[in-house]
Design a protein around this ligand. Structure first.
Ligand code: P1T
Length: 379
């Protein structure tokens, strides 16, 4: 089936009990058993809940994977993934990850004996240099948050497998509509479903999708054992959001490109990070491995003062954390999404005090341009 068909139907068969076309919100903690050991596949809702199971099947289908697991947030999903590893194991990660991911690695998981090195994953020779005998995982974001660096997933998978590492890709910025890391050789995909998959800024969630049965069995055990599962209501909101993922992403692509081109031509803007622009250093790679350039971009205003002026002046674009919803959000990575990254590491990754990030929504793009035009006029 095609992607849009899968988004609407995969895992979302009519309810067997009633014929309801929409998967019900099974708001229950437990399931009555007919006799000892005899039940209909559900015992206790931390272990499995039919609404969550529907979402897990749906997300697995969209990522072209076999197994999906839904968690209470993107961070819970990444945390669960990292608990596949043991004290003493080493992880090589991209140098330009979401700040919360770096915080989890550096300020939580390090205390449990995992070690982390960071490399510019756009340069695979740097990644290779960071690999140690005890490295088990290569963890990347592509495009990276917020400077939109692109890593070659197929080449990263080849490198990872040559060193017997697993490759995990955070596919949050693209959504499965625009990028299929598992088909490019990655072993594991993670998502913050809070973003494009939900798409309506009304729920926090996360997911892990993979193909290997042994890893899936271990992750199913960990999901139940640690218990950071996505609740039925939030699972349902993602299921509902995903039905329109294909049409939303097409509009995010179109609006993203239009806003990027507008900013790139604007005399007050120093630099725009968007993989669809001709001067993006990995544009050819982006064209090859992505089905569109998406709705995320960042741009350099030149100073903290300029950034503040724009954030104070926008009327339609909302100043807020997060991304991937139908409404346009603008944010200041250095003090918001990436505040937990050390200042020197931020600078190295291009997250200056003058950098602003836009999650371009699907409003009428002329309205977004007028809003940005009047805000830029104030600096
Ligand atoms: O917020 P949560 O659902 O826990 O997801 C964390 C996360 C994971 N991966 C990526 C690439 C992300 O961007 C995020 C969350 N990001 C933001 C809140 C933000 O404003 O960038």
């Amino acid at each position: 089936m095609g992607f849009a068909t899968d988004a609407i139907h995969s895992g979302q068969e009519p309810d067997p009990a009633t014929g309801a076309i929409i998967v019900p919100i099974y708001q229950t903690s437990t399931f009555v058993q007919e006799e000892l050991g005899k039940h209909r596949g559900f015992e206790y809702a931390r272990t499995a809940n039919p609404t969550r199971s529907a979402l897990e099947r749906n997300l697995a289908a969209l990522e072209r994977g076999k197994y999906g697991f839904a968690f209470a947030s993107g961070m819970a999903a990444i945390n669960a993934l990292l608990t596949l590893f043991k004290s003493g194991d080493h992880v090589v990660a991209g140098h330009n990850l979401y700040g919360g991911t770096v915080r989890l690695f550096e300020r939580v998981l390090k205390d449990f004996g995992l070690t982390f090195s960071y490399a510019n994953t756009t340069r695979l020779e740097d990644v290779e240099r960071a690999v140690r005998p005890n490295t088990r995982l290569l963890f990347i974001e592509t495009p990276s948050n917020p400077v939109m660096e692109i890593t070659d997933i197929a080449a990263a998978a080849e490198l990872a497998h040559r060193h017997k590492l697993l490759l995990a890709v955070d596919n949050t910025f693209m959504s499965p509509y625009l990028q299929h890391p598992l088909e490019l050789g990655a072993d594991i995909v993670v998502h913050s479903t809070t973003k494009y998959l939900n798409g309506h800024s009304d729920g926090v969630g996360g997911a892990v999708i993979l193909n290997d049965p042994a890893l899936a069995e271990r992750l199913r055990f960990l999901q139940n054992a640690a218990g950071a599962v996505l609740g039925p209501m939030d699972s349902w909101l993602v299921l509902r959001g995903v039905k329109t993922l294909a049409v939303r992403m097409r509009q995010h692509n179109e609006n993203g490109m239009t806003i990027a081109q507008f900013l790139a031509k604007h005399p007050k803007v120093k630099n725009v990070h968007y993989p669809g622009l001709p001067d993006h250093p990995q544009r050819q790679l982006a064209k090859r491995q992505m089905a569109g350039f998406g709705g995320m971009l960042s741009f350099e205003t030149g100073s903290l003062e300029n950034a503040k002026t724009i954030l104070k002046s926008v009327r339609l674009c909302s100043l807020a954390e997060s991304l991937g919803g139908v409404e346009t959000l603008i944010s200041h990575p250095a003090s918001m999404s990436h505040a937990s990254v050390a200042a020197a590491d931020r600078e190295r990754g291009g997250i200056t005090d003058g950098l602003l990030r836009i999650s371009v929504g699907i409003e009428d793009v002329e309205d977004l341009i007028s809003d940005l035009e009047q805000a830029l006029a104030k600096i």
